[in-house]
Write a protein that binds this ligand. Structure first.
Ligand code: FAD
Length: 382
């Protein structure tokens, strides 16, 4: 079976859905291919809910297509960091001098669903779930997918890889020697835990991003609209103080009581969640070029995944969409000129945020607890 569309976007995550809306607005016919079933029917994977800090960079991209209000309706503003020291002392550090600027906590699933609804409502956009890209010929735009009904062949004039850090599109470009990549994994991973509401109320101040800096490791917590908090532990993956080192329920309880004493009473499912929730990997993807044959291009995490410590991966991916649209405008809609231009215009900024995100890990796990950071001069990031 063969199917074709003018533009194929691989991946209906945050980048793919927003991009589909932008292109439809330009009159492009878009087919959005997603390997998962419809997430609005299945919900988030256990332990992978991920709260995002959405900031002005990302909101600007949403505003341009009228989606900011709808997205922010599901978000909670955080006007600063609440630093929890090991002796239980709290220190609120506002993100702006006037204390009014905020970053916004939003669940990745909720954000994805709003963008998916918006894309699917457009007559130019068709979404095909349970289509996992398995093959791409960059020269012709021929695509192959695994589907519940067996393999499917499709074609497109333009193919945009918005399929995340482990991008299959990038894999196909590598296989055709059309790009080169380096992947740098941290020896840190992340695991999610939940602080449920207590008596229907938030257990911590919902107007802050909570941080427990502990030197080599740290934990953060962001509020959810149901008055729970999602905590993310960023810990080494191996060694004496690591995810791997806490192998019994007693060891988990002992460790948390020693290092996170104020939060232990708020984590009723600590041991179960610690045992059952997966450890996610953290790394930086660098690849060049992002484009091939004047018709294929990587965008978002597929092109430049970063570690999450600056809270900018999705914000930056949304800004990619704005920049790609500008490149299309500047080239009169000529994709073969717009894609190399996008690579040239965007690359330096994504390299800069990748370095800043790595540097901010050291700041968050360690320096935010230093007296120097109590001057309230830090702005606009986690
Ligand atoms: P993804 O969200 O990975 O979406 C890719 C999509 O492609 C998925 O739907 C996937 O199923 C699909 N797909 C994959 N392979 C195929 C295939 N072969 N065929 C078809 N479809 C496929 N960013 C922020 O801005 N602020 C934050 O505070 C923040 N916090 C984070 C915290 C953590 C712990 C992590 C891990 C990330 C965080 N991020 C944050 C980063 C953010 O989640 C990513 O930058 C963002 O999700 C990238 O969007 P994307 O659409 O490019 O990729």
């Amino acid at each position: 079976m063969t199917a074709s569309g003018d533009v194929a976007i691989v991946g209906a995550g945050l980048t793919g859905c927003l991009l589909a809306g932008y292109l439809a607005r330009r009159g492009e016919r878009v087919v959005l291919y997603e390997r998962r079933p419809d997430p609005r029917l299945t919900g988030a994977e256990r332990g992978r809910s991920i709260n995002l800090a959405l900031s002005e960079r990302g909101i600007d991209a949403l505003r341009r297509v009228g989606l900011d209000g709808k997205v922010l309706a599901d978000a909670l503003p955080m006007r600063g960091r609440m630093v929890h020291s090991a002796d239980g002392v709290l220190d609120f550090q506002p993100y702006s001098a006037d204390g009014r600027r905020a970053i916004n906590s939003i669940g990745r699933g909720a954000l994805n669903n709003v963008l998916l609804d918006a894309a699917q409502a457009l007559p130019e956009v068709e979404v095909r779930f349970e289509h996992r890209l398995t093959g791409l010929d960059p020269a012709t735009g021929a695509l192959t997918f695994d589907t519940p009904d067996g393999p499917l062949r499709a074609g497109a004039a333009v193919v945009l890889g918005a399929d995340g850090a482990g991008s299959a599109v990038r894999g196909e470009l590598l296989r055709h020697a059309a790009t080169a990549e380096t992947l740098d994994f941290l020896d840190y991973g992340y695991k999610e835990l939940t602080i449920p509401a207590v008596g229907g109320e938030f257990a911590l101040d919902p107007g802050a991003l909570h941080i427990w800096p502990r030197g080599r490791s740290m934990m953060i917590a962001l509020p959810n609209p149901d008055r729970s908090f999602t905590c993310t532990l960023f810990w080494p993956t191996s060694g004496t103080e690591s995810f791997a080192s806490l192998s019994s329920p007693a060891a988990v309880e002992r460790y948390f009581t020693a290092h996170y004493p104020d939060v232990v009473p708020l984590l009723p499912h600590l041991v179960t969640e610690y045992r059952e929730n997966p450890v996610g990997l953290l790394g930086t993807v660098r690849c060049a070029p992002w484009h091939a044959s004047g018709r294929v291009c990587l965008i978002g995490d597929a092109a430049h995944a970063i570690v999450p410590f600056y809270g900018q991966g999705a914000n930056c991916a949304f800004e990619d969409v704005v920049v790609l649209e500008r490149c299309l405008d500047d080239t009169g809609g000529d994709w073969s000129a717009a894609l190399p231009l996008f690579d040239r215009e965007r690359r330096a900024d994504t390299e800069a945020i990748a370095e800043m995100a790595l540097a901010n890990f050291v700041e968050m796990r360690d320096k935010v607890a230093s007296p120097l950071f109590k001057l309230g001069k830090r702005v606009e990031h986690a």
